[in-house]
Design a binder for this molecule. Sequence first.
Ligand SMILES: NC(=O)c1ccc[n+]([C@@H]2O[C@H](COP(=O)([O-])OP(=O)(O)OC[C@H]3O[C@@H](n4cnc5c(N)ncnc54)[C@H](O)[C@@H]3O)[C@@H](O)[C@H]2O)c1
Length: 382
Amino acid sequence: MDNFIFHNPTTIDFGTDKEQQIGQHLAAHGIKKVLLTYGSERIKRDGLFDAVTKSLAAQGISFVEFGGIVSNPVISTVREAIAVARTHQVEAVLAVGGGSVLDSSKAIAAGVLHNGDVWELFTRAATINAALPIFSVLTLAATGSEMNNGAVVTNEETKEKFAIGSPHTFPKVSIVNPALMQTVSRDYLVYSASDIIAHSIEGYFTAKVQPRFQSRLVEAIIKTVIETTETLLADPANYGARAEFAWASTQALNGLTYAGTAGFSYPNHMIEHSLSALFNVPHGAGLSVIMPAWMKWYHSRNPEQFKRFAQEIFGLETAEQGIAALEKWFDKIGTPTHLSQLGITEADLPATIDNVLGNAKWFGIAEIYTRDVVTTILKNAL
Ligand SMILES: NC(=O)c1ccc[n+]([C@@H]2O[C@H](COP(=O)([O-])OP(=O)(O)OC[C@H]3O[C@@H](n4cnc5c(N)ncnc54)[C@H](O)[C@@H]3O)[C@@H](O)[C@H]2O)c1
């Protein structure tokens, strides 16, 4: 096991009706005025907006709303929200939504206090030295954004999908009420399952130091996701399954599974971000295409761990069987496993490869992921 510091400052307030407590959480941090960010008008139709704003009002907290944040969020929207936040001099950002709203809110919170354009924080031309306090009410479990400091946003002009992460961008408090997730579409449920599995396997397969305990944590997350996804596809109202799915999702990317590991990288995310940036593919749908394709190329570099994966997750023997079983499971639940299902053809590969190579520098793995390697992986995915 490698040396590590594990510090996650986010409070998770988990369970039914917990959104009614959000005002108290903001008040405990001394917040009097907040930017309330969200995506579609759904939260106004289903009563969540009312529940949240009532809770704020009960604590004497005023809010300015900023809606319309799209899935695969874009930097132009973040810039607009920063202008609103500055005009109204809000003291915090409260995200109500899925990963796209949370990620945008982190960028807004950091961007408000950055003396320059917010995209500089993503290209690393500037560092994040401060951010407004961030709070969230999560409505879709997939990204782990509710308990990590990451935020991924696309620059529509440059077609770059880049991330930020700083000690300042952890949410202070995130409400995770699994009951709010019951309305998530069937498509997004299966994309979310894919995203959680991707968060789990990046370190599991690529780390140079991977303690068995960490592998077992990852396997518990993946097994839970497989079981609960199947339950939820048959019975979307099953609260117990929804709750375990949500908590597994939070755990997959809050740093815990990575404690004591070393030398890992995020190649599947590196490649998928290009699919989202260029073709606006839902993140999880892109990942379920890339993961099997990447595994077929990568597994001989870590044969023992791939064998372990096959045995522990699917009760099978060989690496190849484990990879095939994962792909089959993705097919079974209905998340794509081929680029063609995303409308991406061989003619799109040159531009996609160029975009991935740009990401590879940013992800710090350009030496491994050369043009030839990326081409092989993407051809595996056709
Ligand atoms: N910060 C991180 O660590 C991290 C990790 C992985 C992915 N991401 C990023 O997060 C984004 C994806 O976020 P996501 O997967 O949470 O999806 P999302 O936030 O983009 O939401 C997907 C769709 O579901 C809808 N939705 C949300 N909650 C709903 C509900 N309760 N009922 C019905 N519909 C609902 C949204 O309006 C949207 O149309 C991508 O940009 C991805 O790159 C971030």
